[in-house]
Design a protein. Structure first.
Length: 760
C-alpha cells in the first residue's frame, strides 16, 4: 500500500479502526517502526474485550498474551479446510473440519471468554500458516455459533511478512498444496474471501542513518543493486586479529550460536557462577524466556533481553555489556563505550490466562505463573530467529547459509547503523532474496483519503450491527422460558412450585418486550439504510434504552429479591442457584445495553473511543448497587430482629472478582506496592504471591528508588538503627565490599534496600 508518512496519522488511524469499527486489520511495517509499542498502546486504550495470541510461546510471552494452540485448544498438525480427508493423507498428522470439531470440549469459563470476545490480536503473524488461520476461523464459528468470518469478531494481525516465515515440512506441504496457493496466513480461505485492511507503519525509529535505511528498504523490496552489494562487502572482516569485544555474531543456525557462546565462555579462566530461575505456578518449559540455569564468569559478554523498567532506563532489549563482578547474589555489568556500570536486578515474566469477569462482563488477565531470572544471556552469538525485536550497536553477520527468504533482512535490520556492521564473508544476491508473493500481498495503493472514507463507512456499519445485536434478546427470552417450564414439574409443596405464578408473570413481561425490540430493530435498519445522521439515531437509541432498561431493571430486582428470600429458606439451594444463573444472563444483557448506549453517544458526538468510556459508576457499580438496594429492602421487610446474613451470596463474590480484576491489571511491582500499603509484612507478601522473599525485596528496592515507599514502610525502626550502626563501622562503597565485612549480620536483601533508600 502507499505509505502514510506521518507516524502519528498511521497510529491514530489504527486505533480508530480498532475502537469504532469491526474491520479486520493487518498492521505491518519495517523492522524498528514501533509495531510492538503500538500493540501495547491499543491494548491499554481499547474498550473492547481483547485477547492476544501468538504462534510461539516466546512471542506470546513478549506480547503479553498466550499461544494460539493453548487458547483455542487446537491440536498440533496440519488442517484440511474440508469435512473429510483424502484417502492418501492417513500417513500425515492432520485434522479436518469434522475431526477438529471433536476437539472443542471446552469448559464453561473458556466458552464464556470466547463468546464475549470482541477483538482478537494475533502478533508475529508472519509465522502463522494458512491452515492454522482457517482452523482458528472454523473454531470461532463453531464455539460462537456464528457463521461470519472468525465468528463475527474483529481480528488485528501484527507483523512484518518480510521477516520470519511460517515453518512447513515437505510432506505437510505436499498435502496442503491441494488446498492452498501458498503457506502464508493471507493464503487462508477466510482471508482470500475477506482480505484485511492493510495499514503500514513507515517511520523507522531504530535507524537514523538515511543511507543505511535506503539500503534496508531496497533489501526489503527485493531490489538490491550491485552498488549496495559492494558497499556491504566492504564490511567483511579481513583482519584475523579483529577485536570482537562488544560485537555479537548473528548466525542462521542455533547449533552454531551455541557453539560460539560455549567456546568463548570456556576461554575465560575463572570461576563459574550459576543463577537459578525462580518458577512459581504454571509456567511450562516451552515458554521459558531465558535459560533456567544461567552460567556466568567475570569477563562474560552478555546481552539484556528486556528493556529496563526502572526509572534510570540503563539498558534496552539487545544492549550488550561485560560482566565485571560476580557474587552469589549480585551481578555487575559494565558498558565499556559509556564507561558505566550497573548492578543488575532480576526480572519477572508472567504467564497469564484470560477469563471473563462476570461482574463487568469484561475479559481480564489472570497471572497463573511467574518466572524470575536475571534478564541476561551470553552474547558472543545469537541466532537470527532469536534476534527478532532486538537492537544492536555492533554485530557480526554470518548470512552465508541463509535458508529462508527475509532472514538476511532481519539480520541487517537489527543494527542501528552501518558503522556497527561486520560480515564474516562476502554476500551474494541469492543470500538476500525475498519471496515475491509477500511483496505482492503488501503492495496495495490506498491513500489517506480512501482510508478516512473507509473509516467512516466501517464505523457506521459497526454501530448498525452493534445496535441490532444489542436490542435482540431472543436467547435471553428462550433461556428464561426453559427455566419457567421447569416449575411445572416441581413437587407440589416445594418452594419452586409455590413460585410458579411469580415466574410466569416475569416471563410474560419479558416476552412482551420482544415485539417492541423487533420494531426498534426494523426502525434502526431503515435509518441506517437511508443515511440518517448519527445524532438522530443516537436520540432514538437513548429513548429505546430508557424504555427497555426500566423493564429489565425491575425484573432483575425481582430476581435478586426472590434469591434473598430463598436464602432464608431450607432446601432451596438448587432453586436459588438456577435463579442466580438466569439473573446473570439478564444482567449481561443490561450491561450490553448500557455499553451500547454510551458507545453510540460518544461516536455520534465525535468523542475519541478509549477504554475509559465504560469505566463509569453507572456500569461498574450497577450490579453491586442493585444487590445492595435489594438487600436493604429485605432487611426492612424482614420480621427477624437480627440482620439477614448472606442474603445474596454472590455479592461478596462480585466484590472479590472486581478486586481480582483490578490487581490482575497491575504490574507485578505495583501489586507488591498495594500489599505494602495495606500493611502486610514482607514474609506475608511473599507467601501470598507465591514468590521468594528475594524477589519481593527486588520489588521493594525499585519502589524505594521510585520514592513510592520509604525504608520505614518495609523495615522496623529497630532494624534500621542496627544496620546503620553496623555500616558506620565498615569501609567501601560496593555492596560486595560491605557484605564481606558485615558477614551474616546483614543480609544481601537488607543491604540492597538500605542502599536504595535516601538514608545513605
Amino acid at each position: 500500500m502507499k505509505s502514510i508518512e506521518d507516524p502519528s496519522t498511521a497510529i491514530k488511524l489504527t486505533e480508530l479502526f480498532v475502537n469504532q469499527t469491526n474491520r479486520t486489520i493487518f498492521l505491518t511495517g519495517k523492522a524498528g517502526t514501533g509495531k510492538t509499542t503500538l500493540l501495547k498502546k491499543i491494548v491499554e486504550s481499547t474498550q473492547k474485550n481483547t485477547v492476544i495470541v501468538a504462534p510461539t510461546g516466546i512471542a506470546a510471552l513478549n506480547a503479553g498474551g498466550v499461544t494460539i494452540h493453548s487458547f483455542f485448544q487446537l491440536p498440533f498438525g496440519s488442517f484440511i479446510p474440508e469435512t473429510n480427508s483424502p484417502n492418501d493423507a492417513f500417513h500425515i498428522k492432520h485434522e479436518n473440519k469434522t475431526s477438529l470439531k471433536r476437539h472443542f470440549k471446552m469448559n464453561k469459563k473458556r466458552i464464556s471468554v470466547i463468546r464475549n470476545l470482541e477483538l482478537l490480536i494475533i502478533d508475529e503473524v508472519s509465522m502463522l500458516r494458512a491452515d492454522l488461520m482457517d482452523a482458528i476461523d472454523w473454531m470461532l464459528k463453531i464455539v460462537r455459533r456464528n457463521d461470519e468470518p472468525f465468528g463475527g469478531i474483529q481480528v488485528l494481525y501484527i507483523g512484518d511478512l518480510l521477516q520470519l516465515p511460517p515453518v512447513v515440512k515437505n510432506e505437510e506441504w505436499n498435502l496442503l498444496r491441494n488446498y492452498y496457493k501458498g503457506v502464508y496466513f493471507f493464503n487462508s480461505h477466510v482471508l482470500v474471501a475477506h482480505p484485511p485492511l492493510i495499514i503500514e507503519l513507515t517511520t523507522i525509529f531504530r535507524q537514523q542513518d538515511n543511507h543505511f535505511i535506503d539500503l534496508l528498504n531496497n533489501l526489503r523490496d527485493n531490489f538490491i543493486s550491485q552498488e549496495h552489494i559492494s558497499l556491504l562487502n566492504k564490511k567483511v572482516i579481513t583482519d584475523s586479529d579483529f577485536d570482537k569485544n562488544g560485537y555479537i555474531t548473528l548466525s542462521t543456525h542455533n547449533a552454531r550460536a551455541e557453539e560460539i557462546n560455549a567456546k568463548e565462555l570456556t576461554k575465560i579462566n575463572s570461576k563459574s557462577y550459576f543463577y537459578a530461575a525462580e518458577i512459581t505456578g504454571e509456567f511450562p518449559e516451552h515458554i521459558y524466556p531465558i535459560d533456567e540455569q544461567l552460567e556466568l564468569k567475570i569477563g562474560s559478554q552478555v546481552m539484556f533481553i528486556k528493556n529496563d523498567v526502572g526509572l534510570d532506563k540503563n539498558y534496552y532489549n539487545g544492549k550488550i555489556g561485560e560482566v565485571i563482578q560476580l557474587t552469589d547474589y549480585e551481578i555487575t555489568v559494565l558498558f565499556p563505550d559509556e564507561k558505566k556500570k550497573i548492578i543488575v536486578e532480576k526480572y519477572e515474566w508472567t504467564n497469564i490466562k484470560f477469563s471473563l469477569n462476570e461482574a463487568t462482563q469484561e475479559i481480564s488477565e489472570e497471572v497463573i505463573g511467574t518466572y524470575v531470572q536475571y534478564p541476561l544471556k551470553l552474547a558472543w552469538a545469537i541466532t537470527v530467529h532469536k534476534s527478532q525485536g532486538l537492537t544492536f550497536d555492533k554485530a557480526i553477520l554470518d548470512v552465508t547459509e541463509v535458508f529462508a527468504p527475509g532472514q538476511a533482512y532481519v539480520a541487517f535490520s537489527r543494527l542501528r547503523t552501518l558503522d556497527g556492521l561486520k560480515l564474516v564473508s562476502p554476500i551474494e544476491n541469492r543470500s538476500i532474496s525475498i519471496d515475491q508473493q509477500l511483496i505482492d500481498f503488501t503492495t496495495h495503493e490506498t491513500n489517506l483519503t480512501d482510508l478516512n472514507t473507509q473509516l467512516k463507512k466501517d464505523t457506521t456499519k459497526f454501530l448498525w450491527q452493534r445496535l441490532l445485536k444489542t436490542f435482540d434478546w431472543y436467547a435471553l427470552v428462550e433461556s428464561m422460558s426453559v427455566h419457567a417450564a421447569s416449575y411445572a414439574g416441581s413437587l407440589s409443596k416445594s418452594e419452586k412450585a409455590k413460585n410458579i405464578d411469580w415466574i410466569k408473570e416475569i416471563t410474560s413481561k419479558l416476552s412482551q418486550t420482544q415485539e417492541e425490540s423487533y420494531k426498534f430493530r426494523k426502525q434502526i435498519d431503515k435509518l441506517f439504510q437511508s443515511g440518517t445522521d448519527l445524532t438522530f439515531i443516537n436520540d432514538r437509541t437513548i429513548a429505546a434504552y430508557n424504555y427497555f432498561f426500566t423493564i429489565f431493571d425491575e425484573i432483575l430486582g425481582k430476581f435478586y429479591y426472590k434469591i434473598g428470600e430463598l436464602k432464608q429458606t431450607k432446601k432451596t439451594k438448587q432453586h436459588s442457584d438456577e435463579l442466580e444463573e438466569q439473573s446473570e444472563i439478564l444482567f449481561s444483557k443490561i450491561i450490553e445495553l448500557k455499553k451500547t448506549r454510551v458507545l453510540m453517544e460518544k461516536i455520534s458526538l465525535g468523542v475519541e473511543i478509549t477504554q475509559s468510556i465504560f469505566k463509569i459508576p453507572e456500569i461498574e457499580n450497577y450490579q453491586i448497587s442493585k444487590i445492595s438496594a435489594t438487600q436493604q429492602l429485605l432487611r426492612q421487610q424482614s420480621k427477624k430482629s437480627k440482620l439477614i446474613v448472606d442474603v445474596i451470596d454472590f455479592e461478596s463474590r462480585i466484590l472479590t472478582k472486581k478486586s481480582t480484576e483490578k490487581k490482575s491489571k497491575l504490574s507485578t511491582i505495583e501489586t507488591t506496592l498495594e500489599f505494602i500499603l495495606a500493611g502486610m509484612r514482607l514474609e506475608e507478601i511473599a507467601l501470598s504471591r507465591q514468590l521468594s522473599e528475594s524477589t519481593i525485596y527486588s520489588h521493594i528496592t525499585q519502589l524505594i528508588r521510585a520514592e513510592k515507599v520509604t525504608l520505614n514502610d518495609v523495615m522496623s525502626p529497630e532494624r534500621i538503627k542496627v544496620i546503620k550502626t553496623i555500616l558506620e563501622q565498615v569501609k567501601g562503597n560496593s555492596l560486595s565490599q560491605i557484605k564481606a565485612q558485615v558477614g551474616d549480620q546483614i543480609s544481601w536483601d537488607e543491604l540492597r534496600i538500605y542502599q536504595a533508600s535516601t538514608i545513605i
